[in-house]
Design a protein around this ligand. Structure first.
Ligand SMILES: Cc1cc2nc3c(=O)[nH]c(=O)nc-3n(C[C@H](O)[C@H](O)[C@H](O)COP(=O)(O)OP(=O)(O)OC[C@H]3O[C@@H](n4cnc5c(N)ncnc54)[C@H](O)[C@@H]3O)c2cc1C
Length: 294
C-alpha cells in the first residue's frame, strides 16, 4: 500500500493538516510526501504537476488536506486521472482494494461510510485525524508547478493580511465565535478577549458577516468555513442548521445564549443560559486566572 501525501505550508511550517494526513499515511504503509512549488496556487499548473507525479509514482492513494486550495486541487486531479474521489472526509482506512472513508453529509447530520476503489484521491478535513503519534516532521519532495499549463493570467493579486496574532480559523484547536447576540462590532472585544485567553481563533455566524460586523473569512458554517477544533465556544448564536454544518464535528461545544430554548443547546456539550455581556467578561477573567496559576 503506497500513499502519496500532498503537503502545504503556511509561512515556513507545514500545515497541521499535512502532518495529520502524513501520520495517517504512515499507519497505512509506504509514504511519499510532495510539496508543489509555485509563486501562488494556480489550478491548472498545480493539477498538471501533481497528475504527472501520480502517473510516474502510481500510488494507491493520494491524500490532500481539505483546505481551500486542497479541495480544489484534489477534485481536479482526480477528474484529470479518472481516479475515484472522496471529498472532505473525517476518517480513512484501507481494506480489500478500497479506501474506506467517513464523510459528513446533509450539513453534518449524517456520517456516511463510503468505499472508494483504489487508486483514489481523498481530501481530508483539517483537525479530523489525530496527530498524537506524528513523529518527526516528514521530509518532503518538492515538485514544480507546471507553468506551461497556465492559461490564466493574473491581472492583479492582492494578498489580504490576516491577523498574525491568532491561529488560522480552519486549523485552530480552540474557536470562539460570536453571533447576532453580540449586538454590534463594537462589542467584539468580548469574543477576541476570550479567544486570546484560550489561545484560539475568532469565528462568526453569517448574520454577523452579512451585517459587515466581521470579515467573511471568519464565517463558520455551510457557506463559510468548516472547523473541527477541540473546543468550540458559541456566544449569542442561535444554532441555525447552516451554522451547525460548519462546527458540529468540534470535540467539545460550549454555548452561551440567553434563550434557554435556543437550538444551539441541542448540540452543545455545555450550555450556559446567560447574557453574554455579563457572563463573557467574568468567564474570560476566570480563564486568565486559571491559566496564570497553572
Ligand atoms: C443558504 C444559506 C446559507 C447559510 N450559511 C450560513 C453559514 O455558513 N453560517 C451561518 O452562521 N449561517 C448561515 N446561514 C444563516 C443562518 O440560517 C442563520 O440566519 C444565522 O446562522 C443566524 O446567525 P446568529 O445565530 O448569529 O443570529 P440569530 O439567529 O439572530 O441568533 C442570535 C442569538 O443570540 C441570542 N442572544 C441575543 N442577545 C443575547 C445576549 N445578550 N446574550 C446571550 N445571547 C443573546 C438570541 O437568543 C439568539 O439565539 C445561511 C442561511 C442560508 C439560507
Amino acid at each position: 500500500m503506497r500513499t502519496l501525501v500532498v503537503a502545504e505550508r503556511k509561512a515556513s511550517d507545514l500545515r497541521r493538516v499535512s502532518l495529520e494526513i502524513a501520520a495517517k499515511a504512515k499507519e497505512l504503509g509506504d509514504v511519499g510526501v510532495v510539496e508543489i512549488k509555485g509563486e501562488r496556487y494556480s489550478p491548472l499548473a498545480y493539477t498538471t504537476a501533481l497528475a504527472k507525479k501520480i502517473e510516474a509514482d502510481k500510488p494507491d492513494l493520494v491524500l490532500i488536506g481539505a483546505t481551500l486550495n486542497g479541495r480544489d486541487l484534489a477534485a481536479r486531479v482526480a477528474a484529470r486521472l479518472g481516479h475515484a474521489y472522496a471529498a472532505d472526509v473525517t476518517a480513512v482506512a484501507v481494506g480489500s482494494g478500497a479506501a474506506l472513508v467517513d464523510r459528513p453529509m446533509y450539513a453534518g447530520k449524517v456520517r456516511a461510510k463510503v468505499r472508494v476503489p483504489l487508486p483514489a484521491v481523498v481530501s481530508v478535513r483539517p483537525g479530523a485525524l489525530p496527530l498524537k503519534d506524528a513523529g518527526p516532521t516528514p521530509q518532503t519532495e518538492a515538485i514544480d508547478a507546471d507553468a506551461s499549463a497556465e492559461k490564466l493570467q493574473f491581472v492583479k493579486f492582492a494578498e489580504v493580511a490576516s491577523s498574525g496574532k491568532r491561529v488560522s480559523l480552519a486549523e485552530a484547536r480552540v474557536v470562539v465565535s460570536g453571533g447576532r447576540g453580540l449586538k454590534g462590532p463594537e462589542n467584539w472585544h468580548l469574543v477576541e478577549d476570550l479567544a486570546d485567553a484560550l489561545g484560539g481563533a475568532v469565528g462568526a455566524s453569517r448574520a454577523v458577516t452579512d451585517a459587515g460586523w466581521r470579515p467573511n473569512e471568519e464565517q463558520v458554517g455551510q457557506t463559510g468555513k468548516t472547523v473541527t477544533p477541540d473546543l468550540y465556544v458559541a456566544l449569542g448564536i442561535s444554532g441555525a442548521i447552516q451554522h451547525l454544518a460548519g462546527m458540529t464535528s468540534s470535540k467539545v461545544i460550549v454555548a452561551v445564549n440567553k434563550d434557554p430554548d435556543a437550538d444551539i443547546f441541542k448540540i452543545a456539550d455545555y450550555g450556559v443560559v446567560a447574557d453574554v455581556f455579563e457572563f463573557v467578561p467574568a468567564f474570560t477573567e476566570a480563564v486568565k486566572k486559571q491559566r496564570a496559576s497553572s
